[in-house]
Design a protein around this ligand. Structure first.
Ligand SMILES: Cc1cc2nc3c(=O)[nH]c(=O)nc-3n(C[C@H](O)[C@H](O)[C@H](O)COP(=O)(O)OP(=O)(O)OC[C@H]3O[C@@H](n4cnc5c(N)ncnc54)[C@H](O)[C@@H]3O)c2cc1C
Length: 563
């Protein structure tokens, strides 16, 4: 029976950073991932990581930009921690081997990113996530005696003791189908976001909201779930991301009239306004008939003015993406993009050490909501969030473990999960396939819970999600085997995605104003008097229950947001 001081679910940047921190505190650690760790979604992160490391910069400026970017919904205590600790974290990464780009003077080079008042994004070409993830994995090897790795193990449930404390998980070995209970003094969820709730999305197939739903199911409140980020530049063909680094290097957005339309929406920051502002501007141009492409549903991103040599060096990945997925050489011609689902600002509500409301349960990274992003995340602040709060969770959980005995949970949850999987595998092949329900969910969310929302559309989405939840109870799969049965895992993931979708829709219906990524055409103004508060979603047996929690202010009062 595996038993550890700290058990981390997820081996992306948040999980690996948490594992290293906990190991350095002397804890026995296990890290579990449903895919090989370096295939975690963090590997896709492209443009970079923010830190006020330039001599002209100051972490207060980074914090203010983040608060403003969040449309004043971000918790300022957490933002201050993240931004003030950013320079040391980035230097630490460099010291352990991340080969950040350097300029001709040999200094760390920084690129411009949206919503930032100065260039503060450190980068490794446009493969920053991959570079950091691989270096952290190397570091994990150094700790192989204290960090046990469970690669290709899928967590199905969190386990609680009689007093409600989280004391382990149930998981399935993907390779063999064997199920086991893992005992732990503390569990850290680092399972990433829930992008697959939408279709298309920039997120990988594995990003299915598992951790968000698992925490929610045992009573941990979710926060800011209505805040879903649409990234301004995703490929029209399939939703693949063209990094904001492109606009950071000087790319511009053009409508069908060849107009650089951001002048109308954000005259100072133009294409480098915050993502919610740029995505809304693009969507408005498309809706008003100034889109490009056969059905007018696209916008041109033109990077041809950037010297070709620089594009090939600093943005080589999107040069390949353009060629392979759109047949466009972005160094010579504009490419068609549109806003696409990219990130979820909401997640499992935590404090600044990653602790949730459930004793023994922590969360860090995209699965969590410490609310550093509030209503809108600034580009290149997510990698930072994963590392700062991953580290803090690991340290805190390790210290907590030092003074407590190893719990010994029963196997009741294991038996329940084994029975649940047997039931899915035994379902008759009638009704709907899991994959059909997933597609309808993604299309619905992208149609009705996107850049622009209104009551009618949100209510329709709510009804559809409710129906899909019913249909998912009997949805069937094809694979009845035990070895690498991704089909059965897909059915479990569908349940997680539906829980996430329901929380998103309920929170979006609740927030009757426009702030950050939530733009309600029926409530187009920001309303600080009534809505400068977080929406928390908890399960109440019948479905989601809404409550509110205050936004934490330290030094910055709300003001009109202009770029
Ligand atoms: C294309 C793209 C580019 C991006 N570029 C940037 C950028 O340049 N800068 C920036 O700041 N942000 C960027 N982001 C956002 C950022 O990459 C993510 O928010 C961040 O990497 C999430 O890291 P994470 O550690 O929280 O989760 P992930 O990296 O998604 O890791 C989740 C882990 O949880 C595991 N897991 C999930 N469910 C289970 C389960 N049931 N059982 C076991 N294991 C499970 C997975 O296997 C994985 O190991 C980008 C996002 C995308 C999609």
């Amino acid at each position: 029976m595996p038993a550890h001081d700290v058990l981390i679910i997820g081996a992306g940047l948040a999980g690996q950073r948490a594992a290293l921190a906990a190991a350095q505190e002397g804890a026995s650690v296990a890290i579990m991932s449903k895919v090989h760790p370096v295939r975690s979604h963090s590997v896709a992160a492209a443009g970079g990581i923010n830190a006020a490391i330039s001599v002209d910069d100051d972490w207060h400026s980074h914090a203010y930009d983040t608060v403003k970017g969040s449309d004043f919904l971000g918790d300022q205590d957490a933002i201050e921690i993240m931004c003030s600790q950013a320079p040391a974290e980035v230097m630490h990464l460099e010291h352990i081997g991340v080969t950040f780009h350097r300029n001709d003077q040999g200094e760390l080079d920084l690129r411009a990113f949206g919503g930032a008042s100065i260039k503060r994004t450190a980068y490794v070409a446009d493969i920053t996530g991959q570079a950091i993830l691989h270096v952290l994995y190397e570091q994990l090897m150094r700790y192989h005696e204290t960090v046990e790795r469970f690669e290709e193990w899928f967590t199905t449930s969190l386990v609680q003791d009689q007093d409600g404390r989280c004391c382990g998980v149930v998981a399935r070995d993907v390779r063999s189908g064997r199920m086991e209970t893992f005992h732990a003094k503390n569990v850290i969820l680092a399972c990433g976001g829930a992008g697959q709730v939408y279709r298309p999305t920039t997120n990988a197939l594995i990003v299915t909201g598992d951790g968000i739903a698992q925490a929610y199911r045992i009573g941990a409140p979710l926060m800011d779930m209505e805040m879903v980020q649409y990234h301004p530049t995703t490929l029209v063909e399939n939703g693949l991301l063209i990094t904001e680094g492109a606009r950071g290097e000087g790319a511009v957005l053009l409508n069908s009239e060849g107009e650089r339309f951001m002048e109308k929406y954000a005259p100072n920051k133009m294409e480098l306004a915050s993502r919610d502002v740029v995505s809304r501007a693009e969507q408005t141009e498309i809706l008003e008939g100034r889109g490009v492409g056969a059905d007018g549903a696209g916008i041109y991103l033109d990077i041809t003015m950037v010297p070709r040599k620089r594009t090939l060096e600093a943005l080589r990945e999107i040069v390949n993406i353009g060629k392979d997925f759109a047949g466009v050489d972005i160094t010579r011609e504009p490419i068609m993009i549109r806003p696409g689902q990219h990130y979820i600002m909401g997640g499992v509500k935590t404090d600044v050490d990653g602790a949730t409301s459930i004793d023994g349960l922590y969360a860090a990274g995209e699965v969590a909501c410490v609310s550093v992003h509030g209503g809108n995340r600034l580009g290149a602040n997510s990698l930072l969030d994963t590392l700062i709060f991953g580290r803090r969770s690991g340290e805190h959980a390790a210290r907590r473990a030092a003074s407590m005995p190893m719990p010994s949970p029963s196997d009741a949850q294991l038996h329940e999960d084994v029975a649940m999987i047997d039931e899915i595998i035994a379902r008759e092949r009638t009704g709907r396939r899991v994959s059909e329900i997933k597609e309808e969910l993604g299309d619905t969310m992208n149609r009705l819970v996107a850049v622009y929302r209104d009551e009618e559309g949100l209510q329709e989405a709510h009804e559809i999600v409710g129906r899909l939840k019913q249909e998912a109870q009997s949805a069937y799969i094809d694979d009845r085997g035990t070895v690498f049965n991704q089909d059965v895992l897909g059915a479990i993931e569908l349940g997680y995605m539906l829980d996430c979708a329901e929380a998103i829709v309920v929170a979006a219906i609740e927030r009757k104003e426009s702030r950050g990524a939530q733009f309600r055409t029926d409530f187009p103004e920001r309303n600080d008097a009534e809505w400068l508060k977080h929406i928390d979603i908890s399960p109440n047996g019948d479905g989601p229950q809404v409550s509110y929690s205050p936004v934490t202010f330290t030094q910055w009062q709300p003001e009109e947001r202009k770029y």
